[in-house]
Design a protein around this ligand. Structure first.
Ligand SMILES: [Zn+2]
Length: 249
């Protein structure tokens, strides 16, 4: 009897392990996630057409913070955001007011997260499964809230590749953070980290970003970054597309 029980538990363990290993596709080298923060107008007018030309996926993290409500020259309209979704890009949640989650009460954060979900619903966009921490500050309360609300991924700051074996997908680090003085060499170094099960998550804001010059990326430089991904034969996806690689994690 004891032997039978041992054999049974061994085979269930084998089954569970097999399910975990078989459920997810292996993570290829040169797997890159592109993310764009802050609802900047140039993301719809310049970035999206260029990504389409290359056949790249991407996630756009939407907030109604900054001057989103009054400056429709420099910030996207919800119609433009819906058009990004229609083109196959992912719309992620960057909160209503772009407040640091570590400075908010749980109910304030919940309301700001829910607001973007409701706006998505209103404009025919699915409820986001990816989140981006405003200003990159995280908190345990926020991670718990995001998990409860069904989010699979949340990007923070940092400067390293995402390792699903050691990093929580709800405090995912970025490998590259596009700034005015960022170089192609730095971008190439970030891409080169995408190997041995690690994934390079890249952060950009506007291309260009007139209202936030400290996170501006020059369009010509951005074209060179994207050309490098193409030349390297990278798999370039939206954050939600990580699900198939991390199904059992
Ligand atoms: Zn932001």
């Amino acid at each position: 009897m004891k032997a039978l029980l041992a054999a049974l538990s061994f085979s269930s363990l084998t089954l569970v392990l097999c399910w975990q290993l078989c459920a997810a596709e292996p993570i290829p080298d040169k797997l890159v996630v592109l993310t764009f923060d802050d609802s900047v107008a140039s993301q719809a007018t310049f970035v999206a057409p260029l990504l389409k030309k290359h056949g790249f996926g991407a996630t756009f993290f939407i907030t109604e913070g900054f001057e989103f409500l009054v400056d429709k020259k420099n910030y996207m309209t919800w119609e433009q955001i819906k058009a990004l979704h229609d083109q196959g890009f992912e719309i992620g949640n960057h909160t209503r007011k772009h407040a640091g989650v570590n400075k908010q009460k749980p109910e304030q954060l919940a309301a700001d997260v829910e607001f973007i979900e409701q706006q998505c619903l209103k404009f025919g966009i699915p409820k986001p499964v990816s989140f981006c921490y405003p200003g990159y500050a995280t908190s345990e309360t926020a991670v718990k809230l995001l998990r409860e609300r069904g989010y699979s991924f949340a990007r923070a700051g940092g400067a390293k590749a995402f390792d699903p074996m050691t990093d929580d997908p709800l405090t995912m680090p970025q490998a590259f953070d596009g700034k005015p003085d960022s170089t192609l060499e730095q971008f190439k170094a970030a891409v080169a980290q995408a190997k041995d099960g690690k994934i390079a998550v890249m952060t950009f804001h506007g291309v260009p970003d007139i209202k936030h010059p400290w996170v501006n990326t020059d369009p010509a430089k951005f074209e060179a970054y994207m050309q490098h991904l193409k030349d390297e034969g990278c798999t370039v996806i939206a954050m939600r597309d990580l699900l198939k690689y991390l199904a059992a994690k």
